[in-house]
Design a protein around this ligand. Structure first.
Ligand code: HEM
Length: 503
């Protein structure tokens, strides 16, 4: 690791971290999977700002909300870049992946385009679609007849349908809808390309100057780009042809209205498509974690308490709706606590700084990868109180705790308003309708459920089953009456949204 001897921070020490070996630094200790657990363990020894040397690459891991906020938000001008992925981003996505874009003028232009369609005002209008699709979810789950199921398909259909309806005007009827299968296939391939350490050229970008026959990754990336393009341009074109308002049409209109700005169809399509991808997994898996929480943490009494409130405020003759939100603070607390208990992106999305700076007497070197470790941040007892491994909504009542899990600063998740509304209505309605119970084994005992989750940018619960047992005959009555949504004209709803927010 080299540093400029003349810099004004050069006399400062690096933040503490585990002892290093010559040349490879901490590479031999680098966690192979689930890095957030090891980062959390190290933070207990070395503190909230941790330095790792990964064979010359500086990595700074932040483990408290304060450190993450101080660096990534308060010093946002310095800490809003992303690490550079030659294969996955520069080649395979032609530099157009919103999540991986460097923090530059083009990024700011995309942010400017996205903010009106994802902001609080738009999110408020989108609840009409979230209302529709969360009703459909209840009907889909009711049809399971209380048998043990893995509800991933039903939940993913709902979140996908919310996003694809809003973005492209197209509802998703089944989990194996072609639009969703194509997205899965492309994203799966992208995840392989983006694996850290897979391509030497990601560590030594100079290798990219090699001719194609010596650089096989170029052909792989070019083939992948074709698939990304087909997926996102195809969706954009369908969206633009649609008869009603949608995000694709709105953003095209915004680009056209920018006059001097030139944006290719590919670039616009990728922007919208990557937003849709970013929305899908994190929202689906957070609701999956909610189901798992009911199965593994439900015995703590929070489910009964939330259902008691729902019975009192909503009653049994109708579904809870967004208008009930103010009267259901315990349900809101359960949603906030769910995101704390199992943040869907446990190690956040890495930031990057190109310039040297300092924090609390430590030197933060130029070209550091900076990781806000949500897993550790959500387990900070000084902020969230005791018993952080348990799901305890009470900790949020009457307290101003930080909402965690959406990242920090200028790269904070722009979809967080849409996401929080979607989580709230799904959680409120699932709690109102069902006792979500564990699967039972042949002896009638609950089947053990692993709560560790998968590795990856978004962590998913490992496969498990739950029983969605209707809380009473009234559930069947209300759900049968109100939740078959296939007859609703969603184009009409989209036009209402367009008029309400953008006219
Ligand atoms: C529970 C659901 C969600 C979670 C937990 C989540 C979490 C995150 C996180 C941690 C980041 C990185 C922030 C950072 O770098 O500091 C992010 C970025 C992003 N999210 Fe979300 N997200 C969710 C839902 C959504 C939704 C619904 C949308 C869009 C409708 C969305 C769009 C995006 C985009 C476009 C970015 C890239 C921002 C950038 O790099 O500047 N997300 N999200």
């Amino acid at each position: 690791i080299t540093s400029k001897k003349t810099s004004k921070f050069s006399s400062l020490p690096l933040p503490p971290g585990p002892p290093t070996l010559p040349i490879i630094g901490n590479l031999h200790q680098a966690p192979k999977t689930h890095p957030w657990f090891q980062f959390h363990t190290w933070a207990k020894t070395y503190g909230p700002v941790l330095h790792l040397n990964m064979a010359g690459q500086h990595v700074i891991v932040l483990s408290t909300n304060k450190a993450a906020h101080d660096l990534l938000a308060r010093q946002g001008a310095t800490f809003s870049d992303r690490p550079h992925f030659v294969v996955a981003h520069e080649l395979a996505l032609q530099g157009m992946h919103m999540l991986l874009r460097p923090y530059d003028q083009r990024f700011k232009l995309h942010q400017k385009l996205e903010s009106p369609v994802l902001g609080e005002r738009a999110a408020k209008a989108y609840v009409k679609i979230q209302d529709l699709e969360s009703k459909q979810l209840l009907l889909d789950l009711l049809r399971g007849g209380g048998r043990p199921i893995n509800p991933h398909d039903e939940i993913e259909r709902m979140t996908a349908s919310v996003i694809y309806t809003l973005f492209y005007g197209q509802r998703v009827r089944e989990a194996d809808d072609a639009i969703l299968l194509q997205a899965h296939a492309v994203n799966h391939e992208f995840d392989q390309l983006a694996q850290v350490g897979k391509y030497l050229v990601d560590s030594f970008p100079v290798l990219n100057r090699l001719p194609g026959f010596l650089a096989p990754w170029k052909a792989e990336a070019a083939e992948h780009w074709g698939k990304q393009r087909a997926l996102h341009v195809g969706n954009l074109e369908r969206g633009l042809k649609g008869g009603s308002w949608n995000v694709a049409r709105q953003m095209k209109r915004a680009v056209d209205g920018m006059g001097e700005v030139v944006m290719s169809v590919d670039e616009l399509a990728l922007d919208i498509g990557i937003m849709a991808d970013a929305a899908l997994d994190a929202s689906t898996e957070t609701i999956m974690w909610f189901v798992l929480a009911c199965v593994t943490e439900g015995h703590r009494g929070w489910v009964d308490k939330a259902q008691g409130d729902l019975d009192r405020v909503v009653g049994r003759g109708r579904l809870p709706g967004f208008d009930d939100r103010a009267g259901l603070p315990y349900v809101t607390a359960a949603v906030d606590e769910l995101m704390r208990w199992r943040p869907a992106g446990p190690a956040g999305v890495p930031h990057f700084t190109k310039v040297e700076s300092s924090y609390e007497g430590w030197r933060i070197p130029a070209n550091s990868v900076v990781i806000p470790n949500h897993w550790a941040i959500t387990r900070e007892e000084a902020v969230f109180g005791p018993d952080v491994e348990a799901l305890v909504p009470e900790r949020w009542l009457g307290e101003e705790l930080p909402i965690v899990g959406f990242g920090y600063g200028r790269r904070i998740c722009p979809g967080r308003h849409v996401a929080r509304n979607g989580l709230w209505i799904a959680v409120a309605r699932l709690l109102w309708a069902f006792d979500i119970m564990p699967e039972l084994n042949e002896l009638g005992a609950p089947v053990d459920v692993d709560t560790k989750g998968t590795d990856g940018l978004v962590t998913k619960p490992l496969p498990f089953k739950a029983r969605f047992v209707p809380r009473g005959s009234w559930v069947r009555d209300v759900v049968s009456r109100e939740c078959d949504t296939w007859g609703v004209d969603h184009h009409d709803v989209l036009d209402q949204i367009g008029r309400e927010v953008f006219n």
